[in-house]
Design a protein around this ligand. Sequence first.
Ligand code: OAD
Length: 236
Amino acid sequence: MKDTSRKKIVVFSGAGISAESGIKTFRDSGGLWEEHRIEDVATPEAWFNNPELVTMFYNQRRKQMMEAHPNEGHLAIAKLESQFQVTVVTQNVDDLHERAGSTDVLHLHGELRKSRSSVDNSLVYEVDGWELTADSKCELGSRLRPHIVWFGEQVPMMAPASEEVMQADILIIVGTSLEVYPAAGLVRIAPSKCIKYYVDPKATQISGVNNLEVIQGRAGEAMPELVEQLIKQYGC
Ligand code: OAD
């Protein structure tokens, strides 16, 4: 049962929250999309044309995730749960929010630690270790693909994520360039009375979003400060 006497906080995170854990972002200089073409590794066509390359790309991401640790930003977000109802809506496919202690995490773009059948989307499995291979098969005998939402695919978690954002008293947007839709559109459907923060070294005001405080800074530094402030101001 959710405790509705507590304020509801939705944290909408992107790759920047994991940057200080050593996981590369996508669009910063030196980011993943400078090294790899999206169409080669992150589309259904890429999987059809070269499943080896796609599998290898996500194996590397999974290995890196397993070697990384949550940083002060993830830990601060987990701490919010002591005083608020918190849902983390993340674009990230890593599990660092969960490993920091967040208990309600919705992954919009999939999860590296899971794989799924390439013929039946409902067959989802935990990946044992970091590596999927050509021999990794679902129970129907088809090759397992990474449980990732690729460009050009539906985002099934958008509906539950929208529900969460529409009920938020406080929305914290952190570590995202807000360039990828439909995910980025979530920030525009929060209620106008919802108090909003955007934490990112490149944060600016967002057109169409009112009641927004822009905090230009790294998540590992700015999030612990913001969390302390929120606990003092709005905590139970
Ligand atoms: P981007 O790479 O587009 O943006 C990363 C953001 O993190 C930028 O705004 C940076 O300024 C910020 N940043 C960098 N270091 C930071 C730090 N220490 N603290 C806080 N912020 C920092 O990543 P996303 O917005 O997450 O999708 O990208 C969205 C989606 O595009 C991803 O989920 C992925 C990608 O293509 C798929 O693969 C489907």
